[in-house]
Design a protein around this ligand. Structure first.
Ligand SMILES: NC(=O)c1ccc[n+]([C@@H]2O[C@H](COP(=O)([O-])OP(=O)(O)OC[C@H]3O[C@@H](n4cnc5c(N)ncnc54)[C@H](O)[C@@H]3O)[C@@H](O)[C@H]2O)c1
Ligand SMILES: [Mg+2]
Ligand SMILES: [Zn+2]
Length: 276
């Protein structure tokens, strides 16, 4: 959320407002961006799979429409959420990131996980409901730890085979049942590089809608061990001096923030602000 964007559960039977349109190809855009007048959009008779009211932007109600196919309207095309994260205004990215998470949840919770019957949308609540089971399913959020491990003027960065060529980042991983945030962090660092850490400090958090991570960012100091890379997950991991860093992750990511913050403190530069 931001000063201009707040989330809300809105009644889809009310007309008007703005709409963001999603398909498997991403979000629909035209020359004016990704927010369309909803009444105009409806008049084009799109093949809508479901609709949710998701919030207010500058006081205007905003809805999400997910299409069955990937047929963009004339003059429109599709753009993936990552493009919005990388460029463009942050409010639009926040709206679409939220819309993407609601769409993922709505698509994946059409049927009850317990009895298999069709679920229904609960009015005024972000939940899908199974009456026979009296079961509500809410949007899924996956807590993930992300940590910058440091050793004086050196920081530990690693590459996953999934990264853009040349880019190195901080270590990250999903929390498992039974773990505290700190347990998860210690396990992930052991699994991915076989190092021990100490003085774990929470720094800040960021929603990461790819598809539903909640990143909890930490700083930790190296405590011991030699780097042993986890096969398949880690392609390279090494210590970099703060004044000789490789290509880094996108400017809006918390990974980048954790790195920039430490480097700024080490080199006496102004501290960055976490985009969230
Ligand atoms: N915003 C950022 O700066 C930033 C930076 C790095 C990673 N991330 C995100 O952090 C998350 C975790 O990072 P990772 O990919 O290194 O994780 P990871 O090290 O835990 O490895 C991924 C593996 O975790 C398992 N997994 C997948 N989804 C899961 C879930 N929802 N819950 C539990 N286990 C799951 C799978 O086996 C998958 O192969 C990812 O969503 C990634 O995109 C964000
Ligand atoms: Mg990982
Ligand atoms: Zn059920």
């Amino acid at each position: 959320m931001s000063a201009r964007w707040t989330t809300a559960v809105l009644d889809t039977n009310v007309s008007g407002g703005l709409v963001v349109v999603r398909s498997a190809e991403g979000f629909m855009v035209d020359a004016n961006g990704a927010l369309f007048p909803r009444d105009w959009f409806k008049r084009q008779e799109p093949d809508i799979r479901f609709e949710h009211g998701i919030g207010h932007y500058d006081g205007q109600p905003v809805y999400l429409a997910e299409l069955h196919g990937a047929q963009a309207l004339p003059g429109c095309s599709w753009r993936g959420l990552r493009q919005f994260m990388l460029e463009g205004d942050f409010d639009t990215y926040k709206i679409l990131g939220y819309a993407a998470q609601i769409a993922t949840w709505a698509r994946e919770h059409r049927f009850c996980g317990s009895c298999g019957q069709a679920m229904t949308q609960v009015p005024r609540e972000r939940a899908m409901y199974c009456e026979p089971c009296d079961l509500r399913s809410y949007p899924r959020i996956s807590p993930s730890m992300i940590v910058l491990v440091t050793r004086g003027d050196e920081i530990l960065l690693a590459r996953s085979p999934r990264f853009v060529t040349g880019v190195y980042s901080t270590l990250a991983g999903f929390a498992e049942p039974g773990e505290s945030a700190e347990d998860c962090l210690v396990r992930e660092v052991r699994e991915e590089v076989a190092l021990e850490v100490q003085n774990i400090q929470y720094v800040g958090s960021q929603c990461w809608p790819f598809p539903h991570s909640m990143m909890l960012g930490f700083h930790a100091e190296y405590a011991g061990g030699e780097i042993v890379m986890q096969p398949d997950e880690i392609e390279d991991a090494r210590w970099f001096r703060v004044d000789a860093l490789p290509p880094l992750p996108a400017g809006r990511s918390i990974a980048r923030y954790l790195i920039d913050l430490y480097v700024a403190r080490r080199l006496g530069l102004p501290e960055p602000v976490l985009p969230r």
